[in-house]
Design a protein around this ligand. Structure first.
Ligand code: HEC
Length: 133
C-alpha cells in the first residue's frame, strides 16, 4: 500500500467511526425520550399500589384494566404514571373513551371489562390517568 493509499484508508475509517458515533448517540437520545418514566421501578410500584376508592369500581378494575395497566411489559400506560399518561390525556377524555371502547394497539375492545358502563370507563380512565375530576 502506498503511503497515499494508507492515508485515504485512515480518512475513510475516521468517517465510518464518526458516522457510527453519531448514530449511537442518536439511538441513546431516542432511547431516553421514549422511556415513559424517569424511574420505571417506582412507577411500577405506584401502579401496583393504586386501587379505586369505590368498591364496585375497584372490583371492575381488578378484573380487567389492572392486569395490563400495572404490568411493566404489557405496553399499557401504567396506572398513575404521569409521564406515560400525559400525552394520552392531552388527546382529551372523549378520544380516550373511544379508544377504550373500540380497542387500541394491544388493548382489546372494552379493555376486557364486560360489565363496565360508559361512566365506569370514564371514572377508570380518570383514576389511571390521575385526573380524578
Ligand atoms: C389486555 C390488556 C389491557 C387491558 C385489560 C386494558 N388495557 Fe388499556 N391499554 C392497553 C394497552 C397495551 C394500551 C396501549 C395501546 C397503544 O397505545 O398502543 C392501553 C391503553 C389504554 C388507554 C389509552 C388509549 C389512548 O387512546 O391513548 C386507555 C384510556 C385505557 N387503556 C383504558 C383502559 C381501561 C379503562 C381498562 C379497563 C376497563 C383497560 N384499559 C384495560 C392494554 C390493556
Amino acid at each position: 500500500m502506498t503511503p497515499r493509499r494508507a492515508s485515504a484508508w485512515v480518512a475513510a475509517l475516521g468517517i465510518v467511526a464518526a458516522v457510527g458515533l453519531v448514530a449511537a448517540l442518536g439511538l441513546a437520545a431516542a432511547g431516553c425520550s421514549s422511556t415513559p418514566s424517569s424511574d420505571p421501578a417506582a412507577a411500577l410500584r405506584r401502579a401496583q399500589s393504586m386501587t379505586p376508592a369505590d368498591a364496585r369500581l375497584a372490583g371492575l378494575y381488578a378484573q380487567s384494566c389492572k392486569a395490563c395497566h400495572t404490568a411493566a411489559d404489557s405496553g399499557a400506560p401504567l396506572a398513575g404514571d404521569a409521564a406515560a399518561w400525559g400525552p394520552r390525556w392531552a388527546k382529551g377524555l372523549p378520544a380516550l373513551l373511544t379508544s377504550t371502547v373500540g380497542g387500541v394497539g394491544g388493548m382489546p375492545p372494552g379493555g376486557q371489562c364486560f360489565a363496565c358502563s360508559a361512566a365506569d370507563y370514564e371514572t377508570l380512565i380518570r383514576f389511571m390517568a390521575d385526573h380524578p375530576s
